[in-house]
Design a protein around this ligand. Structure first.
Ligand SMILES: [Zn+2]
Length: 422
């Protein structure tokens, strides 16, 4: 299938101090393989190769040749135990365990990983290899009387692949048949979640076409990367999404016209059981018993339910504040701000000034401050004015900025061509 295991001894030593510095050198587009996966699903692969500096030095072929001894790690195996079984001496064990690079791996051998031992004259260990991941090894070599450890990375290849998923019953059934995991399917359906409700709208005969990254090591698929483009055909209508952005953090999915497919705001920050008190300009306060506007909505939820940021933004307030209890304010751009009150606790990874992404958990439901039960008091402000969070017209996510339109158009055109190839 894909072969690019050129050996490069110059660069074969990837030291632990700078792991995974994959320099992307060249891009070639090559048509690889037409693989029929099942009756319904045909996967055709078009590939972009990204060469990297990291190199494979140990092939399984080399390792399976005698006199290597390969040991599959079992639950609770320790190197000490294995050394006893193999009649290896304690002094060597001690030497290996004192190697800074090797120690964290050798102290914590993982079940089902493989350990390879090369034993020389007089039953002394001369070489040890331990598979950390399918593309990463720990290698220890004895030279004179000293052991030297290093981490070796196999060359990883990123392919751009294309798959068509024909839906007969459910999306997950079809996708699982095609060998895609549930998390991949979730990512895929999430792209279109504002356009299609996959739990109810799906019809027999609907079709997904998806262009995505797949990482290979030693010709084996290791893991999936990003979904670069997708097309969903539903009742002869095509929904198309193209991922675009300078960095992973800024990338979003857009229509070919450059409209953002993502949401700018979630309607509510929690999975609530009920609205315990609506937005109301003239409300009798349940504790204070005076007319006081209720400038947010009370969303009742069990104690400890996660509270999500309803949009991307910056934490502008995060503290205790009188009746609000533990409260967070997020500013989203210059116009919008949202407030989340009565939290039991804050998520520890965020602080005042932290950037948050839509959907990230900022805290947990509680009843700190003036509250009669666990709920989130949620406020939505536009230019400082309160609006009913449950009714306010939520703004669309930003389209492709003008300065990037030209570039996006060109890129979208390429992606569309890949999507439309039959
Ligand atoms: Zn309230």
């Amino acid at each position: 299938m894909i072969n690019s295991n050129e050996y490069d001894s110059q660069n074969s030593r990837l030291h632990f101090s700078h792991p995974l510095q994959f320099a992307i050198l060249t891009i070639f587009i090559i048509l690889i393989v037409t693989a029929e996966i099942s009756f319904l699903i045909h996967t055709r692969k078009q590939a972009t190769f990204f060469s990297s500096r990291t190199i494979m030095t140990i092939t399984s072929e080399k390792l399976t040749k005698a006199p290597w001894k390969s040991i599959k790690i079992k639950q609770n195996d320790t190197l000490e135990k294995i050394f006893k079984q193999e009649n290896l001496d304690h002094k060597t064990l001690y030497q290996l365990m004192s190697l800074t690079i090797a120690k964290p791996y050798l102290k914590n051998l993982q079940a089902n990983h493989t350990l390879y031992l090369l034993v020389g004259h007089q039953g002394k260990l001369t070489k040890l290899v331990y598979g950390i991941t399918p593309y990463k090894y720990l290698e220890i070599i004895k030279s004179k009387d000293l052991f030297k450890a290093q981490i070796i990375e196999q060359k990883l290849i990123k392919n751009i692949e294309e798959a068509t998923i024909q839906i007969n019953r459910t999306l997950s059934q079809a996708a699982n048949q095609a060998g895609f995991t549930n998390s991949f399917i979730n990512s895929l359906s999430k792209i279109f979640e504002n356009k299609i409700d996959f739990s109810s709208q799906i019809k027999k005969g609907d079709r997904f076409k998806v262009i995505y990254e797949e990482y290979y090591a030693n010709n084996k698929p290791i893991q999936k990367g990003d979904i670069l483009a997708a097309q969903y055909t539903h009742k002869h209508h095509n929904y198309i999404a193209i991922r675009y952005g300078k960095t992973a953090k800024t990338a979003n999915y857009y229509t070919p016209d450059g409209a953002n497919l993502g949401r700018r705001f979630l309607r509510a920050p929690v999975k609530y059981t009920r609205i315990s008190s609506p937005f109301n300009e003239r409300r009798m306060h349940p504790i204070l018993h005076i007319i006081r506007p209720h400038e947010g909505v009370d969303l009742a939820a069990p104690l400890g339910t996660p509270i999500h940021a309803t949009s991307d933004g910056v934490i502008a307030f995060r503290s205790r504040n009188g009746g609000y209890g533990k409260v967070i304010v997020i500013k989203s751009g210059y116009k919008y701000s949202t407030l989340y009150a009565h939290m039991s606790r804050f998520s520890p990874q965020f602080h005042l000034g932290s950037h948050v992404k839509l959907g990230e958990v900022i805290g947990y439901v509680g009843q700190t401050g003036l509250a009669t039960g666990p709920h989130v008091h949620y406020e939505f402000r536009i230019n400082g004015v309160h609006y009913d969070p449950m009714k306010v017209k939520l703004p669309h996510a930003a389209p492709i900025p003008k300065s990037q339109r030209q570039d996006f158009k060109r890129y979208a055109h390429q992606m569309m061509a890949l999507l439309n190839t039959k």
